[in-house]
Design a protein around this ligand. Structure first.
Ligand SMILES: Cc1cc2nc3c(=O)[nH]c(=O)nc-3n(C[C@H](O)[C@H](O)[C@H](O)COP(=O)(O)O)c2cc1C
Length: 250
């Protein structure tokens, strides 16, 4: 199946090298408006985007985000925040008895909302010939980021986002076979699931070899298996979320 939207979606690849060229006037604003038009839970619009344009502040923010080169090179660097602060203010404005910000549901709503919005911005940017790279390292130092961005209660930076004119043309990265993610009627049995993953392992080894990347064990299960044991390095995030009012009940 193919049309111009599907072709655009299927040609996505993250861009990590950008030309030294600014965005034309009005482009950033249009992109964010596209983001705002994404579906949003109960119309809560539980997100805020912070554009850090000042060069010194951008440099500091980049340092808090593992100092990734694409942040420095980007024409615009944005912090996408899950944000229930406005919704909390509406709650206070009307003297509602409860504010349920300390339920997992609150964090899920705001995180899903901001992710959908961010993806809309990505698609809109790519439709204009721009490249993007999301930056999860925005969660490496949540307290420092919170201070730099002046985040009030019920706001947390979920991801950074680089936009700019691509200075590279990477290949599209293959995804898992469809059968791994589209299950029929019930969840796939582990044996079939593992066999599919092993096929994909091979595909990723070949992909990285074709990109001239031969370092280490490039099997998907090796890389992902390792990553899943490293979530604890962002332990500070748990503390920060509690400090921001998202007290996660245990
Ligand atoms: C929330 C999120 C955070 C990410 N953080 C980073 C990051 O900090 N640095 C980076 O180089 N890429 C980052 N990425 C990009 C992923 O590595 C990339 O999307 C994935 O490997 C698939 O490759 P592709 O986007 O080129 O298809 C992030 C992606 C997402 C969705």
């Amino acid at each position: 199946m193919s049309n111009s939207t599907i072709d655009l979606l299927m040609s996505h690849r993250s861009i990590r090298r950008f030309e030294d060229r600014p965005l034309p006037d009005g482009v950033l604003e249009s992109l964010i408006q596209c983001g705002q038009q994404a579906s949003t839970s109960s119309n809560l619009q539980a997100y805020t985007v912070i554009h850090v344009a000042d060069s010194e502040r951008k440099k500091k923010l980049a340092e808090l985000c593992a100092d990734q080169v694409q942040i420095h090179q980007s024409a615009a660097f944005l912090a996408f925040c899950a944000d229930l602060h406005r919704d909390w203010m509406a709650n206070q404005m009307h003297g509602v008895e409860r504010f349920d910000g300390d339920y997992v549901e609150a964090l899920m709503i705001a995180t899903v909302d901001v992710a959908l919005m961010m993806q809309n911005v990505a698609i809109a940017a790519e439709s204009m010939g721009l490249g993007i790279c999301m930056i999860g390292a925005m969660r490496n130092n949540p307290k420092g980021v919170g201070e730099l961005l002046g985040l009030p209660p019920y706001v947390v930076a979920v991801s950074g986002f680089c936009i700019g004119y691509p200075a590279q043309e990477p290949e599209v990265k293959p995804r898992l076979p469809l059968d791994a993610v589209l299950h029929r009627e019930r969840y796939l049995d582990d044996e079939t699931h593992c066999a599919i993953m092993k096929d994909y392992d091979q595909k990723m080894v070949e992909f990285y070899a074709s990109q001239g990347m031969h370092e280490g064990d490039q099997r998907w299960t090796t890389v992902v298996g390792g990553r899943t044991g490293q979530f604890h390095v962002r332990e500070e995030l748990d503390e920060f979320l509690t400090a921001q009012g998202f007290k996660l009940r245990r």
